[in-house]
Design a protein around this ligand. Structure first.
Ligand code: 13P
Ligand code: SF4
Length: 317
């Protein structure tokens, strides 16, 4: 506890000295979530990064998130405690692959999930996150073809909700969420008949949950497909006493803080993102002390990517 208190004090002192705002994604380890100025989902953190007065942003999350902050605020210094914190989903499509896909569908509107590299965002018309993906796609005139990338499960969810036929979906996935499977979910749901199911749309099991609801195996109003930020809001609103959570396990900490009386359980307690977990307390301290790792985005790429990211933070306000 003493070591923790000394660490926290030093982190706060250095953050103040650097005029830095500390942002943490909901999947970060508890110590990092608790010390951050703001903890939230990708969309909320992007909005805060864009509007913050601090001259430095320390992004405790994965690299594309820090890159998005830099795209929105090129004049600010953006730091990430470990630049190796990548994302298997962002790696599932390159700028070159997207250019080739666009060439096959001239005139289509490109909607990219925020989990993409700056190079991919530069080839994109509108970015989205899991909390506004449906609104973003719904904002596109019905007669226009849509290319949605890179997550196939989020894409399937958006297609289901919007009923859109002219939407092509890239076959990417996040290894952590794809690994939370329908069989596991069905088993947990059968063991906990009164629990709500909070399911991130990147999960391979999102479709299975809706199938279970359709079959009457789970009450349809218990199945909630939510971004990580919306899970926190729903935790405060739900009447359920227990909740099964299908997403990266870091989420449980924030949910327990939001609703201490609810019993939150992971559908798959091995669903841990090794990239998110590279941001350790020691890495954060080093980052603040040495100003490392700094995130740079090529000026031309950032300029091209900015419009698509700005549309993302405007839609679904
Ligand atoms: P959200 O926080 O936007 O729901 O995203 C989840 C995620 O997987 C980020 O890597
Ligand atoms: Fe990427 Fe998946 Fe990790 Fe999120 S949980 S950062 S989508 S690899």
């Amino acid at each position: 506890v003493e070591a923790n208190a000394a660490w926290a004090e030093e982190v706060r002192r250095l953050a103040k000295q650097r005029d830095a705002v500390l942002l943490a994604h909901n999947y970060q380890v508890p110590e990092i979530q608790d010390i951050a100025d703001h903890t939230g989902d990708s969309l909320a953190l992007s909005r805060i990064a864009a509007s913050s007065d601090a001259s430095t942003i320390v992004f405790c999350g994965v690299h594309f998130m820090a890159e998005t902050a830099k795209i929105l605020s090129p004049e600010k210094t953006v730091l990430i405690p470990d630049a190796r914190a990548g994302c298997s989903l962002a790696d599932s499509i390159t700028g070159e692959q997207l250019r080739a896909w666009k060439a096959e569908h001239p005139g289509a509107v490109v909607v990219s999930y925020v989990n993409t590299t700056a190079e991919v965002k530069a080839e994109t018309d509108i970015c989205c996150t899991s909390s506004n993906a449906v609104d973003v796609v719904a904002s596109i005139p019905a007669d226009q073809e849509v290319l949605f990338l890179p997550d196939q499960f989020l894409g399937a969810h958006v297609k289901r909700v919007t009923g859109r036929e002219n939407m092509h979906i890239w076959a990417g996935e996040c290894h952590v969420h794809a690994g939370i499977n329908g069989a596991e979910l069905a088993e947990r749901a059968a063991e906990n008949p009164d629990a709500d199911l909070f399911i991130h749309p990147e999960c391979g099991c999102a479709t299975s949950a809706l199938y279970l609801a359709g079959e009457g195996a789970v009450a349809p109003d218990r199945v909630k497909i939510l971004s990580t930020g919306d899970m926190v809001h729903e935790a405060r609103d739900t009447k359920a006493k227990s909740v099964l959570v299908a997403t990266e396990i870091g989420m449980i900490h924030q949910l327990r803080k939001a609703a201490p009386d609810i019993d939150f359980r992971a559908v798959n307690d091995r669903a841990s993102c090794r990239y998110m977990k590279m941001i350790t307390p020691a890495a954060l301290l080093r980052c603040l002390r040495d100003g490392l790792d700094e995130v740079h985005v090529d000026v031309e790429t950032a300029a091209k990517a900015r419009a698509s990211v700005q549309r993302m933070i405007e839609i679904g306000q």
